[in-house]
Structures are given as C-alpha cells and as structure tokens.
Design a protein around this ligand. Structure first.
Ligand code: WT7
Length: 577
C-alpha cells in the first residue's frame, strides 16, 4: 500500500530551517566539521557542561534566558545562562568539597526542579559521572541502580529521601545524601564561590549514565561520554531545528535520555531558551503553557499526544498557538492518526524521531523540510548510516523486515555498559550496532518501525524490563512465579500484564471473583510501592503454570500470543504446555 505523504513543498517556515536539502547535506556532512561548533580546550579536551552553559555565559548569550521554569504549584523562576553558570559552579564547589572526584558516580533523584539541572551540570564540570533516577522509582529500583553503579553522593529532596532510608545500609559506597530542600543545604550552597575551574575532560571520559532495561536480568547502566554532545548539538540544530530566537519545550524528564540530551546538553549547547514544567501531564494545562510561554518548538511523546487527542479536536483550537513552528515526537510508534490530527487541529504535522538510550542522539528522523511519509520514522541522521540487517548482521533488501541497525562510530554511541562488557559486546554483530527493534526500509530510504525483537515493554513511552517486574512480584508471599508481558493498549501503547502462579495457601483464599480481584489489586500496588510508580502491572491474571523452555526460561512470547489470541508459533523448545 502506498504511504500517504505530507508534502513540504509549499510550506513556508517562519524562519529558514537549518536544513534545506537533506540528501545534499547527508552526502556532505562529517563529524569532524560538526564538532567544530563546540568549544574545545587545548590538547583536544572537551567538557559537555562547559559547552551547554559556560561558553554562552562567557559570550554574547550571557544575559539571555536559558531556563524558564514553572513549578508544580505554579511557582515561576527564570535563569539566564550566566545564572546557570554561577549556580552550577556553586554546586560543583560543593560536591568537590564533599570529596567528589573525577570518575565518581554521583546520582540525582529529584523532580524537575532547577536544582536537578544545576546538579547535573556541576557533576560534569567536576569530571564526575552523573546518574539520573526517575522520581517514580521506589526502593528496589533505587537499590539496583545505586548499588550497581557504586554511587558516592546522592542529590534528593526530603520527600524522596524517605525511599532511600530503608536501603541505606545496603549501600556502603554511598557516602553522602544531599537533601536540597533544607536550610542546611541552602546555607552550604550559599557559602560556595560562584566560580569553578571546569575540569578539562577528555572527550572519551564518562559524563553520564542511565539505567535501562533489556529482556533478561536487572537494568543495565548505559554510560555516555562527553563527546556525545557533538551529536546532541548537531541533532538539536538540524532535527529540532533550534534557532537563537526560539523558545523550546521538551516534555521529557531527565530520568530518561531525552530529558538529558534535549533539555540539558544538545539544546542548551545551541543556546536555546528552554521552558521546563515540573507539573504532571494534563492536556489543557499543557496547551495553556504552549500559549503562555509562546513555545516555538515542542518535543513530546506519543502517549501524551494520544491522551490529548482523546480530549477532542476543540482543545487545541481554544488556545493561541501562533508561535508554534515545529512539533516532534519520540519514544514509541507515532500513529498516523496523530499526524493527521495535528495537521487538522494545529496546522502542522508531528515529526517522528527514533532513537534509544544507547544511541544517545536522535538517529532516524523526519526533518523539518523533508516530506513526511505518514507512519514512517524518517531517514538516518546526517553522518549516520542505518540499515536493516538479518540476525547475522547482513543487510537485507528494501521492503524486507529485519533488525534496525546503525554503523558504529557516531559521537553519542554509548561508551559502555557499566561493568558488563559482555552486555555491551552483545549489541554488535558484523560491524553493526543492533538496536533490538525490527523494521524495514522502503525504496526511498525511509525507515518504518515494526516492533521489538525482544520482550522489552514500552508503557507510556517508558522502557520497562519484564524481569524487573517479575522479580518484584515474586517478593510477595502469595506469588510462586510470574511472567510479565506488554499488552497493546490504545492510549499507553502497551500496558504491563502479569501472569501469576499463586502459592497453594493463597489459592484457597481467592475462591470468589471479588477475593481474586482484591489480591490482584494488592499485587499491582505491591509492585508500584516497591519497584516504581510507572512499572507496575495494570492487569494481573492467575495461571496454573507458566510456559517455560526446557532450560527453565519463561516463554513470554507464548503468554503474549495467548493473550492476543494468536497462534503460539514454534514451541519445540517448550518444556510441556
Ligand atoms: C526504544 C528506546 C530515546 C528516546 C526515548 C526512548 C522505542 C523510540 C521510537 C519511534 C517507534 C520508538 C524503540 C526503541 N522507540 N522511538 N519513533 N517509533 N518506537 O529511549 O527508553 O531507550 O527506548 O523506544 O523500541 O528501541 P529508550
């Protein structure tokens, strides 16, 4: 079936887009030229935080607004590049005094408040490695990440700190917890000088890490180096189409890579004014922000878009969106309906972008001036080579399904998986980086997403490993074992569903539907409370026995096929079913 195309031919941009002709620039682009847009120290040293903030604070943009912030209770604050420079210097002096050294892991567990951003910048300025913890994490998720990384210092607030109390004794390497909403912290911060000698890091020195999930095992620490900012800067310029006059809103939390690469690093490196909203998602409130802050560029996620669409076509029409120029999406498949909807209600299409925690920058995208084949993820970023390969890493023909792969060597490819070299190595085959996603490329070079090749779940755009959820469930006394899958869902993309085998004594307690429902709810809440607020099963089903391979691995593929009423496929490795 021929794809529907949204042609850009007659569309005028209010400002000239950074990229006029994709094919031409793709042929000409090279990373060493692109890296010249960054400020380098002598001897080839590069610090990402220096490039995001310091260089602007020392130049023409020093009095330009870098951050316009609105708190969850409607508080408002604004910071220029110079303000962020000084404040992050104070933070850097503070952690240095606490003994933070180059290479030390320093974690941040905070809601989207300004101190989250200044702490992040400070950690990089000090040459330490910033780790981010999404504020929905509970004890188990925190313990896994803080202990695996050997975090030395943790920034948090008094509310979130309560979740760390119970696991503190299990974290011998955690020397210091800094609670940023206390008078003690404020006093200590105020006493710090606002100048700091930013560490002249090597481009390949570790800058930040994020834990992300695969099919098996606990989440793994994806580590990025300072040089990643070269790719984040270039993508912010050409894909997000950032110009000096723009006001830009990326709705992602820095607990996920989008919030780091495109609120802190790539976007500030381009000198943009960013709006940051601490509050929760709410369709009308979000449109109010688009209007009030005169947002020009809006980078958001499909789940939010679908929930906005559910409010009806009148919602966007109630607001003055005349400043909006470019809107984009990332994190999960963007339904064609969402693009038709935005054209109809906002007069412009959402531009889908594809990438991952591991790729560190937008890797496949619909560019501002490029025609959109509605439903496609677009074309590879400038200077990047993408392909569809088979399981042996051999490229397949156009229009053939295979693994979405990238040629290693772009600046923001993950540097390592923290202390798990074998995990890192397992991403590569035949000189290709395999993403774990399936898709195809059409004869015009557009890439199309099909699904994951593994059991990773995407719920509301957030990546969840089934093993983490299963491990949390079996901690409950009622549970013998559990198998967890992503079940397709209209709004959330997928919801987490758990199949649970109950202990004998509990079986007797769930004779009626009400009793069963009560226990199901209890299990959901249990995961929500112990693992994470976003990673709990919204559906629980009791089952006598889980399908397993002869070697004892849960076959989630079969649970999923059964759930979807599809044929279960090859069961030759199945124990018995
Ligand atoms: C996975 C990566 C890096 C941004 C936040 C997600 C899925 C991402 C798309 C898209 C379909 C997408 C993939 C990918 N994904 N973008 N445009 N269309 N699927 O980062 O948490 O590491 O998740 O998100 O499955 O592998 P992440």
């Amino acid at each position: 079936m021929a794809a529907q195309v949204y042609s850009k031919k007659d569309k005028k941009f209010p400002v000239l887009p950074n990229l006029a002709d994709y094919e031409k620039l793709h042929a000409e682009f090279n990373w060493s030229e692109a890296s010249k847009e960054l400020d380098w120290f002598e001897d080839g040293k590069l610090n990402a935080a220096y490039n995001a903030i310091d260089r602007h604070a020392k130049g023409d943009r020093k009095d330009k607004l870098a951050l316009i912030w609105e708190g969850a209770k409607g508080e408002k604050k604004q910071y220029t590049f110079l303000d962020l420079f000084k404040l992050s210097n104070k933070f850097a002096n503070l952690i240095k005094n606490k003994g933070a050294q180059k290479g030390d892991r320093i974690f941040i567990f905070l809601p989207r408040i300004p101190y989250l951003y200044t702490a992040f910048l400070a950690i990089l300025k000090n040459g330490s490695v910033a780790g981010l913890l999404f504020s929905a994490f509970q004890e188990q998720a925190l313990l896994d990440r803080l202990s695996d990384s050997g975090a030395k210092i943790l920034f948090t607030n008094s509310e979130l700190a309560k979740r760390v109390e119970g696991i503190r004794s299990k974290l011998p390497e955690l020397k210091e917890i800094l609670i940023v909403d206390t008078p003690e912290f404020e006093n200590e911060l105020a006493a710090q000088p606002d100048s700091f000698e930013t560490v002249k890091t090597d481009p390949s020195d570790f800058a930040f890490m994020l834990y992300t999930s695969g099919t098996t095992g606990k989440p793994k620490g994806v580590v990025h180096h300072h040089y990643a900012i070269v790719a984040q800067h270039a993508t912010a310029k050409y894909v997000l189409d950032i110009h000096d006059t723009d006001i830009y809103w990326c709705t992602a939390d820095p607990g996920w890579v989008t919030g780091i690469a495109y609120t802190i690093l790539g976007s500030w490196s381009c000198g943009v004014t960013s709006f940051i909203d601490e509050g929760r998602f709410d369709p009308s409130r979000w449109f109010q922000k688009l209007q009030d802050y005169k947002i020009n560029i809006w980078y958001t996620a499909p789940t939010a878009i679908r929930m906005i669409m559910a409010e009806g076509e009148d919602l966007p029409k109630k607001y003055d969106l005349s400043h909006l120029r470019h809107i984009l999406s990332v994190g999960e498949p963007l339904n064609p309906e969402a693009i038709h909807w935005s054209i109809k209600t906002m007069g412009m299409p959402f531009h889908d972008t594809w990438w991952q925690t591991e790729t560190g920058c937008i890797s496949i995208a619909n560019y501002p001036t490029m025609d959109i084949k509605i439903g496609s993820m677009g074309k590879p970023f400038l200077g990047m080579e993408a392909a569809i390969v088979d399981d042996a890493g051999k490229p397949v023909a156009n229009d053939t399904e295979g693994n979405i792969a990238l040629r290693p060597g772009w600046p923001s490819m993950m540097k390592t998986i923290w202390q798990r070299q074998e995990k890192y190595d397992s991403y590569f085959i035949n000189n290709w980086y395999l993403s774990g996603d399936r898709g195809y490329r059409d004869s015009d070079g557009y890439f199309w997403f099909i699904g994951r090749s593994d059991d990773v779940i995407k719920t509301s755009g957030e990546r969840v490993g089934p093993f983490e959820v299963e491990s949390a469930l079996v901690e409950h006394p009622a549970v013998v074992e559990a198998g967890v899958i992503g079940k397709p869902d209209q709004a959330r993309g997928e919801v987490i569903k758990a199949f649970v085998v109950l202990e004998k004594e509990y079986l007797d307690k769930v004779k009626t539907t009400e009793e069963a429902q009560k226990l199901k709810d209890e299990l959901s809440q249990y995961v929500k409370k112990h693992l994470a607020g976003h990673a709990y099963p919204r559906e629980v089903e009791f089952i006598d026995k889980l399908p397993k391979t002869r070697s004892g691995k849960i076959m989630r593929r079969i649970l999923k096929a059964k759930e979807m009423g599809q044929p279960v496929g090859d069961t030759s490795t199945l124990e018995e079913y």
